[in-house]
Ligand binder design. Structure first.
Ligand SMILES: *[C@@H]1O[C@H](CO)[C@@H](O)[C@H](O)[C@H]1NC(C)=O
Ligand SMILES: *[C@@H]1O[C@H](CO)[C@@H](O)[C@H](O)[C@H]1NC(C)=O
Ligand SMILES: *[C@@H]1O[C@H](CO)[C@@H](O)[C@H](O)[C@H]1NC(C)=O
Ligand SMILES: *[C@@H]1O[C@H](CO)[C@@H](O)[C@H](O)[C@H]1NC(C)=O
Length: 587
């Protein structure tokens, strides 16, 4: 009885839904930069979908991040024949694989919508890519600029991308594919673009990063790749990979098998050498360089327990020591033992591994944050080493400085050159009053994680001629809002971390940081995305306009991320996404 009734009900719902799907077919027309819903199907200015209307109507034709150079366009739509897309590579030899891989990546977007059966007139699309250089190496000084021109002429659509590097070409392709819109209009499926576009574009900042942390919780290679896709779609170019922490050491190091033997959560939670190779190539093809971080001397514990038995003495101290509050900031405790000279030859082996398995991008991150003095100060071996010196903060900072000097020397010996830029977090030893004593401004880049109100520190470091990467903790720490008294920063707050306040050539750029305590494969996407894309526009374009102005373009970018398979969080009810201008001051 009950069964029958509910069956009837669902039939009724089905009918209702079918009716609704007809009733609810809106059209869109362009008014003052908004795509307004229009119920009148006979209005000549209608566009059949929001995406198509936005392509014509929206600021920067919906491109995210907004281009920084000259932009010109015509607002006429032309339709593309999907069976006649031709790609011509016009550059020096050796770039085919890079380009082919990217074309394959982009063409997935179009294939999804097959079969096309457009009844409007369609035209062939010819894409001409002209890089000047075939250098496959990505570093801080890679020229990422590009120009894109789309011309419809003689019954052909030609898209030409010119750039110095293949990475500039890749950015141009990213922009081009944002300007190619598959859509459905009643019975037909088409792909459209604009009949004329010219864009000249390059980033404001060289270093546009996302930090992922695989020390607290392991992230699968697939998850990292998904983030690389999102980064590429948003033109972020640095994956700052905080690989290890006191909780775990998941990086396989051939020369030091004990690191993962003692430090990995399990055999499944290891990045093998082949996984690393795969990831590095994947990142390179997406225009992203990986900046590895092996945090030291603090945030190091598990993975370092084997020294004593191997006859090398204690490589680290306070490992997993309790009560943890007395010996570290976060459990489990652990800090490298700066007084053990064998530590530096182990570090040299570790750095030699980095040399052999990661490309030399001229940059390496040594962490260097949150040394907890009571750990060292409660270790007899360390107190003995300090022989008679007063156990003051300054003595311990000097010891930390000594560690940093010796770790750098080990790094330089491994690399056989002395010009790698070493990045460290702001800490006690980067205070403007003492930093010169410990860290040279020629070798060190300082990553600042102070709150926005502490602009003075950044100004001081710049005055002392340090290069700086900005990770404003009360705007760009994506882990906040889920622990302690921290707040969640919505995409608008992330967007409005106005870099122009610190207008200075010593600022290389910035990073949003996804610390890993409360994320793993199951929930990380929605913590990072689409907020990282908001930071991406801040770093690429650094616009003076507000998040409010960018919001519909940002909604479109969020949809692109979702289409890539990223579980990016919703930003507002879909009704507000579809009804531009109707939800002002709401979310
Ligand atoms: C980057 O490449 C473009 C195009 O070749 C060129 O015009 C520009 O001057 C280059 N920029 C730098 C900083 O070298
Ligand atoms: C186009 O394809 C869609 C399904 O993909 C179908 O519903 C529609 O009837 C087709 N239209 C024409 C004109 O063939
Ligand atoms: C690994 O650690 C063990 C102690 O558990 C030690 O005996 C061995 O020598 C270490 N292996 C290497 C290659 O250092
Ligand atoms: C180190 O510990 C001693 C006591 O054992 C204490 O007097 C000293 O203040 C401590 N130093 C620091 C910098 O905390």
């Amino acid at each position: 009885m009950e069964c029958e009734a509910s069956l009837k009900n669902s039939a009724a719902i089905l009918i209702l839904l079918t009716i609704f799907s007809h009733v609810n077919s809106w059209y869109f027309k362009c008014e003052n930069g908004f795509c307004i819903r229009n119920a009148d199907p006979n209005d000549k200015s209608n566009y059949p979908t929001l995406e198509l209307c936005s392509l014509v109507c929206s600021s920067f034709h919906n491109v995210w991040p907004q281009p920084t150079g000259k932009m010109a366009s015509l607002k006429n739509i032309v339709r593309i024949n999907p069976n006649k897309i031709e790609i011509k590579l016009n550059g020096p030899p050796g770039t085919d694989h890079f380009i082919a891989d990217n074309i394959l990546h982009f063409s997935k977007k179009l294939k999804k919508e097959e079969p096309y059966n457009c009844t409007e007139k369609v035209y062939p699309l010819k894409i001409i890519l002209t890089p000047k250089s075939n250098n496959p190496h990505l570093d801080l000084n890679t020229n990422e600029s590009y120009t894109l021109e789309i011309i419809y002429e003689d019954d052909t659509i030609t898209a030409s991308i010119n750039a110095y590097s293949i990475f500039g070409i890749r950015h141009g392709l990213e922009t081009l594919f944002q300007l190619i819109i598959p859509y459905e209009d009643g019975n037909q499926k088409c792909i459209a673009t604009l009949s004329y576009v010219y864009i000249s574009d390059k980033p404001v900042y060289k270093h546009r990063g996302l930090l992922l942390d695989t020390g607290r919780n392991f992230l699968s290679v697939d998850t990292i790749k998904r983030h690389l896709d999102g980064m590429a779609a948003s033109k972020l170019n640095v994956l700052h990979w905080h690989i290890t922490d006191s909780q775990s050491f998941p990086l396989e190091v051939g020369r030091l098998p004990n690191m993962t033997k003692y430090g990995a959560y399990s055999e499944k939670h290891i990045y093998s050498e082949s996984a690393i190779k795969d990831l590095l190539q994947y990142a390179n093809r997406r225009g992203v360089r990986i900046l590895p971080e092996i945090d030291a001397p603090s945030h190091a514990g598990n993975g370092w327990q084997w020294g004593e038995e191997a006859g090398l003495g204690n490589l680290a101290v306070c490992i997993n020591r309790q009560p943890w509050r007395s010996f570290c900031i976060q459990p489990p405790c652990g800090q490298l033992n700066p007084t053990n000279q064998n530590l530096y030859s182990v570090l040299k082996d570790l750095y030699s591994h980095m040399r052999d398995h990661f490309p030399d991008t001229g940059m390496f991150h040594m962490g260097g944050d949150e040394v907890f003095i009571p750990c060292w100060n409660s270790t007899q071996e360390i107190i003995d080493y300090l022989r008679g010196k007063p156990l003051t903060t300054e003595t311990f900072l000097d010891l930390w400085g000594e560690f940093q000097r010796k770790a750098l020397a080990a790094y330089d010996r491994a690399f056989e050159h002395e010009d790698t830029s070493i990045v460290v977090w702001t800490s006690h030893i980067t205070q403007p009053e003492v930093i010169r004593k410990y860290l040279s401004n020629e070798r060190y880049i300082i990553q600042t994680w102070v709150p926005e109100s502490n602009i003075n520190l950044i100004t001081e470091l710049l005055k002392l001629e340090y290069r700086v990467i900005i990770s404003t903790k009360d705007k760009w720490y994506l882990d906040h809002g889920f622990w302690g008294s921290t707040l969640y920063y919505n995409w608008k707050t992330v967007y409005e971390n106005k870099m122009y306040k610190y207008n200075h050539e010593g600022i290389l750029g910035g990073e949003v940081c996804m610390w890993g305590e409360l994320v793993d494969d199951n929930n990380i996407d929605s913590r990072v995305w689409p907020r990282a894309a908001a930071a991406a526009e801040r770093l690429w374009s650094n616009p003076r306009s507000t998040a409010e102005f960018a919001q519909y373009r940002f909604f479109a970018q969020r949809k692109r991320l979702v289409d890539l398979g990223i579980h990016a969080e919703a930003l507002t009810p879909k009704w507000c996404v579809d009804s531009q201008g109707e939800c002002k001051t709401y979310l």
